[in-house]
Ligand binder design. Structure first.
Ligand code: FMN
Length: 466
């Protein structure tokens, strides 16, 4: 269908979440070509259907589709684009794979399928799309045109905020006989996209090891939505090796979005949360194990006061080598109080605390434990943000047997471990929201607002309306 016959509203495009700005094509294979090198890129970027023949083109600024778009913008030329919807799973997956720029995703798809992906020439643009695609949308993006796109219920579990993105003008639609429309639903993990990201975690480990061979394995906890935290096990060979890994990963393709990197020794399975938590609680020295840095953030990060840029944290849990400053002598934390005592202390003060849970008591019951962690729900108010709670908690001698406090919003269920991790990984800006004082920390995993010096809009959490 070309010209006036193009009508995207005939596709069964889903509106997934109640406050989505409209229907979104959620599983598209967006084909473009570099103006400079002629190389093809296939990326997955959601398309908001605006009307019969236009959609948004939501390639984030760090992605290859956007790099090629910049080439066309500099040349002042329209950019031809083809979008395939529906292909075999390996081909669809390949569009999401974080391949280096200039490496063709269809080659990866062929490798995974163990046979080439047959490509067919598009009808109206000089591009090719997988021949077995159910639908192909052909058209162009005008480098001068931007339009508000979003909000959209995203794979972070929050609505990604509305922003200005290029517009895709569809000039032709081709399809198979009786085509089947492909879509996916993303939301708070684990959702459908998690399995594609898990595939990337496994498929890309050997590729990452070609540049950083000392990485033994790594794990992206789902609650970290892949760009927020990675746990890496390292074959450590010299002082500063963990920090070298952090710097390496923060400079490596889409790994550079990672906000937090935790490094453990090679004998530890990074994908075993119990063991990693045990290392954290029994080893972490808040004064010497933390590296703070700055860098790019995934466009979907909402914790930083600045979009796309912000603070990063590296946590080194590896064994100390000669030449590295030793971990401080474990401070002697007094025995944890009983639940009744804690209830009494929290009810009396600090002002604004509404609930608590002593986390990992089985790991930190002894007096020589390095860390003891207390989760608190709090009610922030004007003039009482995370910094103010941190000061109050540090000053409270009755709670000095705890050295790590994690703050959550009042409505958070402190028995739900996955929910708490999701909040910590998504809501904490490591530079602003981790308050440190003499080997103690208050981590503010609450929603941020003006009381925290956060002026950016804070996105809404996803909930179904039925
Ligand atoms: C279901 C799904 C939807 C996605 N939507 C977007 C999107 O809207 N914008 C974006 O930049 N990346 C999105 N991604 C991630 C990219 O597809 C991924 O980063 C890919 O490696 C980008 O390819 P590129 O580097 O060739 O641009 C999505 C991934 C999945 C699995």
């Amino acid at each position: 269908m070309t010209g006036d016959r193009v009508d995207l509203t005939r596709l069964p495009v889903l509106q997934c979440w109640p406050h989505d700005a409209g229907p979104f094509i959620t599983l598209p294979l967006v084909v473009t070509r570099s103006l400079k090198t002629g190389k093809r890129n296939v990326g997955m970027y959601r398309l908001q259907v605006f009307d019969k023949n236009t959609t948004g083109m939501h390639w984030h600024i760090h992605k290859d589709g956007s790099h090629y778009f910049n080439e066309y913008r500099e040349a002042g030329k329209r950019m031809p684009v083809a979008v395939a919807i529906g292909a075999d799973p390996a081909t669809v997956y390949a569009a999401t794979a974080p391949l280096p720029r200039g490496v063709d995703e269809m080659m990866l798809a062929g490798f995974l399928r163990k046979k080439p992906v047959v490509m067919a020439k598009c009808v109206t643009v000089d591009l090719e799309a997988p021949a077995e695609a159910e639908f192909v949308l052909e058209g162009y993006v005008d480098p001068e045109e931007l339009r508000r796109e979003g909000p959209f219920g995203d794979h972070t579990g929050y609505y990604s905020l509305a922003d200005d993105y290029p517009v895709f003008h569809v000039t032709a639609v081709t399809h198979r006989k009786n085509p089947v429309y492909n879509a996916t639903l993303v939301g708070r993990p684990p959702m459908e996209d998690c399995y594609m990201a898990k595939a990337t975690e496994r498929i890309f480990l050997p590729m990452l090891q070609t540049v950083i061979p000392e990485i033994r394995d790594y794990w992206f906890p789902w609650e970290g939505v892949f760009h927020n935290i990675v746990v890496v096990s390292l074959h450590k060979e010299y002082p500063g090796h963990a920090q070298k890994i952090m710097s390496g990963l923060w400079g490596q393709g889409q790994m550079s979005f990672c906000k937090a990197i935790t490094v453990v020794d090679r004998h530890i399975d990074p994908g075993d949360p119990k063991t990693v938590l045990r290392e954290l609680v029994s080893n972490l020295d808040l004064e010497s194990d933390i590296t703070l840095s700055k860098g790019i953030l995934d466009v979907l990060d909402h914790s930083s006061p600045f979009p796309n840029f912000g603070n990063k944290i590296g946590i080194d849990l590896t064994t100390r080598f000669a030449g590295e400053p030793p971990r401080k002598n474990r401070q002697s934390l007094k025995t944890a109080p009983s639940t009744e005592d804690l209830e009494r202390i929290i009810a009396a003060q600090p002002d604004g605390a509404t609930g608590f849970r002593y986390l990992f008591p089985e790991l930190s019951s002894r007096e020589d434990t390095a860390n003891r962690v207390l989760a608190l729900t709090v009610e922030k108010s004007e003039g009482r943000g995370g910094k103010d709670f941190a000061k109050a908690l540090f000053d409270l001698t009755e709670l000095e047997m705890f050295n790590i406090f994690i703050l959550f919003d009042r409505d958070i269920d402190l028995k739900d471990g996955s929910l708490m991790l999701w909040k910590v990984f998504n809501n904490v800006d490591p530079g602003r929201d981790i308050h440190l004082r003499e080997g103690r920390a208050v981590i503010d995993a609450c929603k941020k607002g003006p009381m925290d010096g956060h002026d950016r809009e804070w996105p809404e959490e996803l909930t179904f309306d039925v």
